[in-house]
Ligand binder design. Structure first.
Ligand SMILES: Nc1ncnc2c1ncn2[C@@H]1O[C@H](COP(=O)(O)OP(=O)(O)O)[C@@H](O)[C@H]1O
Ligand SMILES: [Mg+2]
Length: 378
């Protein structure tokens, strides 16, 4: 590699590529941003963002990996590594971005047992060789090694992007799973809290796929004309993950295809719209009960929502009903594309790695200390 790592680490402003492949398994999100850490804050300048969808085959391959099929994991690690390298190279060329310092990639999670073990795939060497820059990956392991849950990692990014001087806010990301960050005001001595609340869009996506053949319910349109079955939702809310206190993190293994076959075995006999409306309500209400139960929510006046779920009007309406006394903003209204927050987040966590700045928050993951996250491939 022609880049001198010592020079890179001393650079004040790093031009980073952040790559996110979330639990929705919908594709690769790419964010190119300049990142500069000051003593107390971080400055960012987003240069370009974009996405590259997974093919149906790649999505199916990833689904098979989730069953911990060893051969498929090895093959898909290679396939995703090549895909990320090709798509990122094309993206950078298309936008004339040829002065990148490093890439930070989350990788596709195929296994995560909170506090025990985690596996994100997509071999980083392909990117490192294609772009001739260092690649930072495997962000979760160092937190687990330090005694943490390994997730969520976005709360520190929310702090960098959204913490306010005078008032507390909650950030909610609606990806495959839903997670919240509680940001006390900068002047408060309260701790930042953050955890997964349960299902985000994954159950809705699974039901949509099974009942309509579509990967998701565009705009939440089908759910919006359905009727939610309150009694089903009330029963599901007693799930041990939803009632457990934080730290906690979850995934599709808990709220995915298996959950659907166990809890909604008869969904074919429901109206499709009602299934989707009921699952939307489950997502919204599980977020709401977790916020009320486990966050100092009385002082919160605003929730900032990001993730693809922002585009599901049914989930958003139900969240507005659940949080009627709180104003709901999308990250878009604050200048950040809802799809891109996590890709930007990993660009920032990659820059933090190069600068030797810790990326986990022990108050969130339960780790014994704050540690630098990620591994470097050169
Ligand atoms: N136009 C849309 N209408 C409704 N839902 C959408 C739309 N676009 C995205 N979504 C939802 O957002 C999900 C993807 O969100 P994303 O933030 O990429 O999650 P992840 O980080 O888990 O990949 C999709 O699976 C879908 O449920
Ligand atoms: Mg996604």
């Amino acid at each position: 590699m022609s880049v001198d790592l010592n020079i890179l680490r001393k650079k004040q402003r790093l031009t980073m590529v952040g790559l996110m492949t979330g639990t929705s398994m919908d594709g690769l999100d790419i964010c190119v941003a300049e990142v500069e850490f000051g003593k107390k804050s971080a400055k960012i300048n987003v240069l370009e963002t974009g996405s590259a969808p997974y093919s149906e085959k790649m999505r199916t391959d990833v689904e098979i990996c989730l069953e911990l099929d060893e051969k498929m994991i090895v093959e898909t690690d290679d396939l995703l590594g090549r895909f990320m390298a090709n798509e990122t190279t094309r993206f950078l060329n298309r936008h004339g971005l040829n002065d990148i310092d490093a890439v930070a990639m989350h990788g596709q999670t195929v296994h995560h047992v909170s506090g025990e073990s985690t596996l994100q795939i997509g071999e980083p060497s392909f990117l490192a060789q294609a772009l001739d820059v260092p690649v930072i990956s495997d962000f979760r392991t160092a937190d687990i090694t330090a005694g943490g849950t390994g997730a969520p990692l976005i709360p520190i990014v929310d702090k960098w992007l959204f913490q306010r001087p005078e008032e507390a806010v909650v950030c909610l990301n609606l990806g495959g799973v839903a997670n919240v960050t509680y940001l006390p005001s900068k002047t408060s001595d309260e701790l930042i809290l953050g955890f997964d609340t349960g299902p985000g869009m994954a159950l809705l996506d699974e039901a949509s796929k099974a009942l309509t053949g579509n990967n998701f319910d565009e705009d939440g349109a089908m759910a919006q004309i359905g009727t939610a079955r309150e009694e089903s939702v009330e029963g599901w809310l007693s799930h041990s993950f939803i009632t457990a206190p934080p730290p906690k993190s979850t995934g599709r293994d808990e709220f995915g295809a298996n959950w659907i076959s166990e809890q909604l075995p008869d969904m074919n006999s429901w109206r499709v719209n009602d299934v989707l409306a009921t699952l939307s309500l489950f997502t919204a209400r599980s977020v709401a009960v977790n916020c009320r139960e486990f966050l100092p929510f009385e002082t919160v006046k605003q929730i900032i929502i990001s993730g693809g779920g922002v585009y599901n009007k049914s989930v958003m309406r139900q969240l507005e009903t659940e949080f009627s006394s709180v104003s709901i903003l999308t990250s878009h209204e604050l200048g950040f594309d809802p799809f891109m927050k996590e890709a930007l987040g990993f660009a920032m966590l990659g820059a933090a790695h190069l600068k030797g700045i810790p990326g986990n928050l022990p108050s969130v993951t339960g780790a014994s200390e704050a540690v630098v996250l990620g591994k470097l491939t050169v």
